[in-house]
Design a protein around this ligand. Structure first.
Ligand SMILES: [Ca+2]
Ligand SMILES: [Ca+2]
Ligand SMILES: [Ca+2]
Ligand SMILES: [Ca+2]
Length: 227
């Protein structure tokens, strides 16, 4: 009887150690942690974006549980050694004239004009086409730098069917990506999970035109939820 209890007790300790290790990403190399999670059925069950990384693990490594390629660089989160840093170099030179004017760039104190209330903090750009041709084939690259630790994240976002007619002004939002003009942003990014002071650098490019860039400062403090 004593022997049997002893065995059960050892088994519990062993299971607890495994679970604790799986959660403690800093104690293990990321690869080891992931393979441990992948072989643990409870974790493997929920993987909404089917990138091979369970939802619970995505939160730990700061990737997006709903997007298989969080940083948009073409490599799936599981195979990407830098899953929140896009390897695509933002366009810094191009043919043709500059045709995009960034009239406003915000990363806090956003306001929802349609609902007439504060919106949850997100990257928001007011773009104007100052040229004579419709702009299409647009890409936005944005980098978030933690000014306390120098850590960086970078995302590449294709704006798809988004176009700007000559003279037109439109806002683009990087949040939950649900409505037109809204694009998906990583809910586990350092912008959302860390309160240090940050600098955003944004590059916007349109097919055939010179890209434009801007910097946005984010004071220390978390990204606020709408009231
Ligand atoms: Ca996943
Ligand atoms: Ca993912
Ligand atoms: Ca990637
Ligand atoms: Ca990457």
């Amino acid at each position: 009887m004593t022997m049997s209890n002893q065995n059960v007790s050892n088994q519990n300790v062993s299971t607890q150690t495994k679970l604790k290790s799986a959660f403690d990403i800093k104690a293990l190399a990321m690869g080891t942690a992931l393979s441990l999670m992948l072989t643990t059925p409870a974790f493997a069950a929920a993987d909404q974006d089917k990138d091979g990384i369970p939802d619970t693990a995505e939160a730990l490594i700061h990737t997006d549980p709903a997007i298989a390629d969080t940083d948009g660089d073409g490599t799936n989160d599981l195979n990407d050694k830098t899953p929140v840093f896009s390897e695509i170099e933002p366009q810094t030179a191009g043919n043709g004239k500059v045709s995009i004017d960034i009239k406003e760039a915000l990363v806090e104190d956003n306001y929802d004009y349609a609902l007439r209330k504060d919106a949850t903090d997100h990257l928001e750009l007011l773009l104007k086409n100052t040229g004579k041709q419709t702009l299409s084939g647009m890409n936005v690259d944005y980098q978030i730098k933690n000014l306390a630790t120098d850590e960086m994240e970078r995302y590449h976002v294709q704006l798809g069917k988004f176009t700007l007619a000559p003279g037109e002004e439109q806002r683009v939002h990087f949040d939950d990506g649900v409505k037109p003009g809204h694009f998906r942003a990583n809910p586990n990014s350092m912008y959302k999970t860390n309160t240090d002071e940050k600098q955003f650098t944004v590059w916007i490019s349109a097919s055939g035109y010179q890209p434009v860039t801007t910097n946005i400062h984010k004071d220390a403090g978390g990204a606020e939820q709408a009231d």
